[in-house]
Design a protein. Structure first.
Length: 166
């Protein structure tokens, strides 16, 4: 199963906000860090804020934060909201279904069951599960502001991992 670009962007956006939950984050910094077009990102920000996943603040000092606790944002629900009623195969479409086998095909039920199992497997996974304690991800999603020596030292101390014993 392949997820849409919009869903991929939504999950990256939520993870970025969770990794930086102590401050407002901007569309431009997310776009740069997560390699996302600002135009596509703006559309996803709008959708996620309407769904209550994000809180946005307009203006010169604006930005966004998570609209809910990261532990309360289930990935399966995000996928369902963002993917919507997108048909996974042509035979699921109410219009534009040109498959001559649709009325007799048994694959449609199997595909429907597989899609539901896919979403259910993501229901127990929250944004917090993806971000919290994921040191490598946090190194990517928490860029050091200003690049000062103090800022670099603080970031390294925050993300320091105990050395492994061999």
């Amino acid at each position: 199963m392949r997820i849409t670009k919009r869903t991929n962007i939504a999950v990256r956006l939520l993870m970025y906000c969770a990794a930086n939950e102590e401050r407002l984050v901007t569309k431009s910094e997310i776009a740069e860090c997560c390699n996302i077009s600002e135009n596509h990102l703006a559309q996803v920000i709008n959708q996620l804020s309407q769904l209550g996943y994000l809180h946005t603040q307009r203006g010169r000092n604006g930005g966004m934060t998570l609209g809910r606790d990261p532990a309360e944002i289930q990935i399966g629900q995000v996928f369902r909201h963002v993917e919507g009623a997108l048909p996974i195969a042509e035979c699921f479409a109410d219009t534009d279904n040109t498959c001559p086998l649709a009325s007799a095909c048994r694959l449609k039920l199997a595909l429907s069951d597989a899609a539901q199992a896919f979403y259910r497997s993501l229901d127990d996974l929250s944004v917090a599960d993806l971000v919290c304690g994921n040191v490598d991800l946090l190194r990517i999603l928490q860029p050091v502001a200003c690049g000062t020596a103090a800022g670099v030292a603080a970031a390294n101390a925050k993300l320091e991992v105990a050395p492994s014993v061999g």
